[in-house]
Design a protein. Structure first.
Ligand code: CA
Length: 371
């Protein structure tokens, strides 16, 4: 009930009025020192699609707020709000777009219903890994396309985290052929959901905080989540029999920071740069957290929790790959925005893929993996 009241409060625009007042005070007047040199302070909220202080993703949001506070010497204070605290998890895009909240942290594929092309800035099935996604965004024109895509929604987006390669997910039945996906109720977001649908399954989008209960109660038969470290913390091994790999649907999903455009424009340049630096640091920090802990927790799951760790059979993966190609072809045919973004994505994927063929792909097949 508290949330409902809070939502009404937010919708009433009271908070926006309050923020506008704060910014009003911060406006530079003639003859004054530049805004960057004033002690004008800004008190902002960051809504997230994660439960409060959620490991890694929520922690990353908390850290961004700490880093921004420290770098700005207290001039920009950000209060991080978990999903449901100010607005429901999957309504954070609207809250920031409408200016009820200054910034939000989440993943672009959660907004697929509003902007199908946004999904390319999160994860593409059989697409690019974390390193390649970062290269596309920072050095391959991806970020400019993302900014263009979010501009009509009054939002400035930027990468602010990555989970690295994910796992295929938790299942309560074995997937031996693509036919075993028929009728499967699976929690899976983004373009991967469209692929599961093509395979005859029933994809469901649920925010992180609700998945466990849904799987436990049989509302869903399967769920993907992140990788061994985070999945262990979520406890899925207690309620699902099989843990499949690889995460064909999310090879390097990007987390995003979105900032309301007017609020962004109201900041002095140095505070804008501080936000960018903090979100870049969050991008590295989260990826490092996952990469450093995944194998430790994979071993724990297998040896201590006796999880059945299984690789999707090649026949299943190649079927999923052909469904993914169909999903992308249909999407880009119907939606000019998606076509434009995908053309850039796909060209870049081919370029970095060509390089990977003679670099990492060959290297990994011969590099010794310590036991
Ligand atoms: Ca996932």
């Amino acid at each position: 009930m508290k949330n409902v009241k809070r939502r009404e409060f937010l919708k009433s625009g009271t908070l926006l009025g309050g923020s506008a007042l704060v910014f009003g005070c911060g406006q530079q007047q003639q003859g004054e020192a530049p805004a960057v040199r004033t002690r004008q302070t800004y008190n902002w909220n960051m809504v997230t699609t994660w439960p409060p202080h959620f490991p890694v993703m929520g922690e990353g949001a908390d850290k961004m707020a700490e880093w921004i506070d420290e770098m700005s010497e207290g001039r920009l204070k950000i209060s991080v709000r978990g999903g449901g605290e100010l607005v429901p998890a999957l309504e954070s895009f609207d809250a920031v777009s409408q200016g009820a909240v200054e910034m939000g942290h989440g993943v672009a594929y959660y907004w697929a219903g509003k902007i199908p092309a946004a999904q390319f800035f999160a994860a593409v099935p059989f697409g690019m890994n974390a390193q390649q996604m970062n290269s596309w965004l920072y050095s391959g024109g991806g970020l400019a396309l993302w900014e263009e895509l979010y501009a009509p929604f009054n939002l400035v987006p930027m990468p602010a985290g990555n989970t690295g390669m994910q796992m295929g997910g938790w299942f309560n039945r074995k997937i031996n052929t693509a036919d075993d996906l028929k009728g499967l109720k699976m929690r899976i977001p983004g373009l991967g959901a469209n692929v599961i649908k093509k395979a005859g399954g029933a994809p469901v989008l649920t925010a992180g905080g609700e998945i466990y209960t849904n799987l436990e109660r049989g509302v869903i038969d399967a769920t993907e989540w992140v990788g061994p470290y985070h999945d262990y913390l979520m406890g899925f091994h207690r309620i699902a029999k099989y843990y499949y790999y690889p995460g064909w649907h999310e090879p390097g999903p990007v987390l995003e920071l979105i900032v309301n455009k007017q609020m962004w424009d109201s900041l002095p340049k140095d505070l804008q740069m501080i936000i960018r630096v903090a979100s870049d640091r969050a991008n590295i920090w989260m990826l490092s957290e996952f990469e450093s802990k995944n194998n430790t927790y994979l071993k724990k799951l297998v040896t201590e929790e006796k999880v059945n760790l299984l690789k999707f059979p090649d026949v299943v993966l190649s079927k999923l790959k052909s469904y993914a190609d169909e999903v992308l072809a249909e999407m880009t045919e119907q939606d000019p925005q998606a076509r434009k973004v995908f053309e850039s994505f796909d060209k870049f994927r081919k370029d970095v893929g060509g390089w990977a063929e003679v670099s990492e792909k060959v290297y990994y097949s011969f590099a010794e993996i310590p036991a």
